[in-house]
Write a protein that binds this ligand. Structure first.
Ligand code: APR
Length: 340
């Protein structure tokens, strides 16, 4: 059937709109990569290129999501590929290429294998998309994002890791369940490395305008129960790995990555806890670690220094030491990472 004039012009408008959209490349089309693609399409943040060494997975997921466009009413293009040329001139790149944990493994156990993968990814993206805002999700996060920046030579304010938003949203969720209050009435923060030493910031947490200390004093929650919730937050990823038996968490990690991409693309200047490069902030030099940052059109525009209690300071420093130790392990695997 011939396409009518009105329909034809609508198709033209839609195609032009697609051409003008931002380009978001997802390196790794596994569980998180696929979920990222779906969320980005639903939010129409930009056209999506799904890249994976397993080309069929990237192509299959791109096509599957694209086929839902008329149902969900989104207008972006989706493409699957195993060729870095197709990711050329991306505005945003989100990296999940790598191996996830198996039950009983820590994130740190992934270091050797994911370091090799991130080197390949860095080589693939640095020449084709030198101006992209790059969000890394591959674990062990803080060390992998630092290696990614070193390998790629991309600007430090344009290379950032996703962890703090996820850890904070887990803490917020557990608190909301315990206190029977909506998550949007809780303001919280989890900082430090994305591992067993992450630090839930008690002093910066507010529940419906009240501090956690107030809630303990008024008997709404015991110190013991709060400590259990903090421990559950630290083990939040492992709890899911154990349930799934195969693979690790992907819905909440993807949602967290999308929030960072959206703040950059729309210049929202949101303050978000992310793994950012520290040059003296929080007394830490030359290291990536989880701190609150403002993300806007220039990438990481500012690192926010919140005041820490003495106990939080001690725990934060322990967490920083754990990241430094793991980075030293990475340098042992690949000595080129030791050079600036
Ligand atoms: N280049 C591109 N893609 C790669 C490469 C590579 N060199 N090596 C592996 N991949 C792809 C795999 O083919 C797979 O499709 O990365 C994808 C990873 O997907 P999953 O195994 O489903 O893992 P996922 O749950 O998405 O987690 C990815 O994020 O949170 C972290 O710990 C997690 O490190 C893991 C990563």
């Amino acid at each position: 059937m011939a396409i009518g004039y009105q329909n034809r012009s609508r198709v033209c408008d839609a195609n032009n709109e697609i051409k003008m959209k931002k380009k978001i490349s997802l390196i790794g089309a596994g569980q998180i990569g696929g979920t990222l693609a779906h969320l980005i399409a639903l939010k129409e943040l930009g056209n999506v290129v799904l890249f994976d060494v397993a080309e069929g997975i990237a192509k299959g997921k791109a096509l599957d999501i694209a086929q839902s466009s008329s149902v969900d009413g989104f207008n972006v293009s989706l493409q699957g590929t195993s060729n870095y040329e197709d990711t050329k001139n991306s505005d945003v790149i989100i990296i999940t290429a790598g191996v996830p944990r198996k039950p009983g493994m820590t994130r740190d156990d992934l270091l050797g294998i994911n370091l090799k993968i991130i080197k390949q990814v860095a080589d693939g993206i640095c020449k084709t998309s030198p101006n992209a805002f790059v969000i890394c999700i591959t674990n062990p996060l803080d060390v992998i994002v630092m290696a990614l920046q070193r390998y790629s030579g991309l600007k430090k304010n344009k290379v950032v890791g996703m962890a703090g938003i996820l850890d904070t949203s887990r803490f917020t969720y557990f608190l909301s369940k315990e206190l029977n209050i909506s998550t949007n009435k809780i303001k919280s923060l989890v900082l430090g490395g994305h591992g067993d030493t992450m630090v839930a910031m008690i002093k910066s947490t507010e529940v419906d305008g009240k501090s956690l200390e107030d809630l303990i004093n008024s008997g709404k929650i015991s110190k013991k129960r709060l400590n259990e919730i903090i421990l559950r937050t630290k083990n939040g990823g492992a709890e899911i790995v154990k349930f799934l038996e195969k693979g690790s968490a992907f819905y909440a990690p993807a949602a967290s990555g999308v929030q960072m991409a959206e703040s950059y693309l729309k210049d929202q200047k949101k303050t978000l806890p992310c793994a950012a490069f520290l040059k003296g902030e929080y007394g830490v030099n030359n290291l990536y670690a989880g701190v609150p940052v403002i993300i806007g059109k220039n990438g990481v525009e500012k690192i926010i220094e919140v005041s820490l209690s003495d106990e939080e300071k001690v725990n934060f420093n322990k967490s920083i030491q754990a990241v430094k130790d793991l980075y030293s392990a990475a340098v042992k695997i690949d000595p080129t990472l030791g050079k600036d």
